[in-house]
Design a protein. Structure first.
Lengths: 366, 302
């Protein structure tokens, strides 16, 4: 009798040991050496003065926006605009490499496929393994040196932090919450909590590496949802310069290569943008309660502006929209955990991180 | 499949052979007969016609794919299984595509047959008690039986990979291989990656083999254990496809089967290999312990 009992013992203990291991592993690991306490201003300073430009790591993104998850593979998967929309829904893992200001590579690791963006000097490459297509662009000379000079022109870190904090203070409470472990490193958690109670957003947490001051992740929480509505953070990070071979890219043989035209910043950018901005959207409300209004026709124009016009592209987006929205009085509502978008029957669009009645009130006010 | 006289009269099959093995082991007393027992077990396994038939069926997958691609017009990218459109440019992709096709059903099917047969097959033939007459002990016999199943789990994907590379090289040009990241590597490197994928799949099937071993210890009817194991594999994959069961997904032994594609990235993403090994190790520990408990306390009547 006892012998029988003994022989079943491993069958009981092994699952128990595994369960115990999983439980201890999933507990929020308290930092081994706690970070010195810092005020929100000091944490902002820490971010502003960080100079980590060489690193490699793995980013993981999860979102619970309440949007239908788009298929990543199979017949429903599309390579057009829905392909990039898909990045907002469902989980993703990407490897990120960066060395200095003008070498960078991002690898979005899909199942049995990969999307790559490689920047090496002024060369910019996009690659999608699903349909073996590549796109190439040459950045205008001086684009690489744009950032360092811009950084020098910025005010000193402490004044910058002060100004930023003063601006944030108008709409949110800024606090530093308990330290967290991100990618095996102790990190400060800078919390922004909206003062307004009529926004869908409950809090924004920015995870800041305690040593280097590098932002390690962002977490957006929605009201009435315990899991973050959107979270992107490093799960692995090394601050050493990655192997230079990572940034070498030439399109593989057999790939379809498309040259992308690069808009000239000086001529078109400055003239067009302010004009379109004024005529095309309107913001009412302040802070987190802002409601953006797009006039009629903005939606209809957007798909047509898309270059290439892949077959099924716009139609696909329209049918996706029809699936994702629900009819409400006066139009259709695209509701997510963080943002509500009201599409009126007359074509106007109201969007904001506010409940539906606010959007309807904003629509009625005009 | 099991009761056919031709199988039973095969070399080293049947009660007499088992008795011999038992006697041999008895001469060694307790001194490390595990390796010798394993050798004899592998001899039995790989001399069976059924094992060869299953390996041949697996080898037919890459041959079929290669012939189909060779005889048809070019495959447009994005259609059919992943990598299919790459075959006509590079023959080595036959191996990858064939493994991708074999992962959901064919490989689990063969593993189910071999692992489900381990104990129940002997019990069904009435040879189990002769094996237990040796002083090897039930724990050791279980280990040897499981070892045989694991060796087959390694041989099965390797067959697909090697035959795939061979037929691909015969029918298509072989050259630098484009990885998922868009980088290209030489053919020799690519062959290394192909073998790595086979190793990944071997590790992936180790957990299922442990489940099969446990199923096999539950019954004296080998077909029942085989079917139960295959059903397990299919059910796990169905559960893996249901978004409502998302909390369960990381715990399913089939969850990381298709992550072998991470070996086709540049640089290789080893995380999934390690995570998969850990997951399968957990299954081996749990179902190994269950199989031991069941087998050690079982009344062996046949």
């Amino acid at each position: 009798m006892t012998r029988t009992w003994l022989r079943w013992l491993p069958a009981v203990t092994v699952p128990a040991v595994i369960a115990a291991g999983v439980l201890t592993g999933s507990l929020p690991a308290s930092a081994g050496d706690p970070l010195p306490a810092k005020s929100p201003e000091q944490v902002l300073q820490l971010i502003a003065q960080h100079r980590e430009t060489s690193f490699s790591g793995t980013l993981e993104q999860t979102s619970k926006l309440g949007l239908p998850e788009l298929p990543q593979a199979g017949p429903g998967a599309s390579s057009g605009e829905a392909g990039w929309l898909e990045l907002l829904t469902g989980p993703h893992t990407a490897r990120v490499y960066r060395d200095g200001t003008d070498n960078a590579r991002v690898q979005v690791m899909d199942r049995l496929a990969e999307r790559d963006v490689v920047r090496h000097g002024n060369e910019l490459w996009f690659y999608n393994s699903k349909d073996n297509t590549a796109a190439h662009a040459v950045l205008p000379a001086g684009a690489g040196s744009h950032h360092p000079s811009g950084q020098e022109a910025l005010p000193a870190p402490d004044t910058l932090a002060e100004e930023l904090l003063a601006k944030l203070d108008q709409s949110s409470d800024v606090t530093v919450a308990a330290d967290v472990q991100v990618a095996g490193r102790s990190a400060y958690q800078l919390m922004l909590t909206p003062k307004s109670s009529s926004t869908l957003l409950a809090s924004v947490a920015i995870l800041v590496d305690g040593q280097s001051g590098m932002p390690l992740g962002v977490e957006l929480k929605a009201r009435g949802q315990s899991d973050p509505a959107f979270r992107i953070a490093f799960t692995k990070l090394s601050l050493e310069a990655p192997d230079a071979a990572v940034f070498q890219f030439s399109p593989p043989p057999g790939a379809t290569v498309k040259e992308l035209p690069v808009p000239d910043h000086k001529s078109s950018g400055t003239q067009d943008r302010p004009a379109t901005k004024d005529s095309r959207h309107n913001v009412s409300g302040t802070g987190w309660e802002s409601v953006v209004e797009l006039p009629a026709g903005a939606w209809a124009k957007t798909p047509a502006e898309q270059p290439g016009g892949q077959s099924g592209g716009p139609g696909n987006a329209a049918s996706l929209l029809a699936q994702a929205t629900v009819p409400v009085s006066g139009g259709r509502l695209l509701s997510t955990a963080l943002v509500n978008v009201l599409i009126l029957d007359d074509g106007r669009i109201f969007a904001g991180s506010v409940p539906l009645d606010r959007l309807q009130a904003a629509a009625a006010a005009r | 499949m099991q009761g056919k006289p031709s199988v039973r009269t095969g070399p080293d099959r049947g009660p007499e052979a088992r008795q011999e093995r038992g006697a041999e082991a008895r001469q060694d007393r307790v001194r490390a007969p595990v390796l010798r027992l394993l050798g004899s077990e592998l001899g039995v396994l790989f001399r069976r016609r059924r094992t060869w038939a299953m390996l041949l069926a697996l080898a037919a997958i890459p041959v079929l794919i290669a012939l189909a691609v060779r005889l048809s017009s070019t495959v447009p990218p994005g259609r059919g299984p992943a990598f299919l459109d790459r075959i006509s440019q590079n023959g080595l992709f036959v191996g990858v595509t064939a493994m991708l096709v074999a992962v959901p059903l064919f490989l689990p099917l063969t593993i189910g047959v071999v692992a489900g047969d381990t104990l129940a097959g002997e019990a069904g033939l009435g040879t189990l008690r002769y094996l237990l007459a040796a002083p090897a002990g039930r724990g050791r016999l279980l280990l040897v039986k499981y070892g045989g199943a694991v060796v087959f789990a390694a041989a099965a994907p390797l067959t697909v990979a090697v035959v795939g590379a061979g037929i691909g090289a015969a029918l298509f040009p072989v050259g630098p291989v484009t990885l998922l990241s868009g980088d290209t590597i030489g053919a020799a490197d690519a062959l290394g990656r192909l073998l790595l994928i086979a190793a990944y799949l071997a590790v992936s099937l180790v957990g299922l083999s442990a489940i099969g071993l446990f199923m096999s210890s539950l019954t004296d009817v080998p077909v029942g254990a085989m079917a139960a194991t295959v059903v397990f594999a299919v059910a796990a994959q169905i559960a893996d496809a249901l978004p409502q069961l998302e909390w369960l997904h990381p715990w399913l032994f089939s969850h990381r089967w298709l992550d072998f594609a991470d070996l086709l990235r540049q640089p290789i993403a080893w995380d999934s290999f390690a995570a998969n090994a850990l997951l399968q190790g957990g299954y081996v520990a749990v179902f190994g312990a269950l199989a031991y408990a069941r087998f050690a306390t079982k009344d062996v009547l046949s």
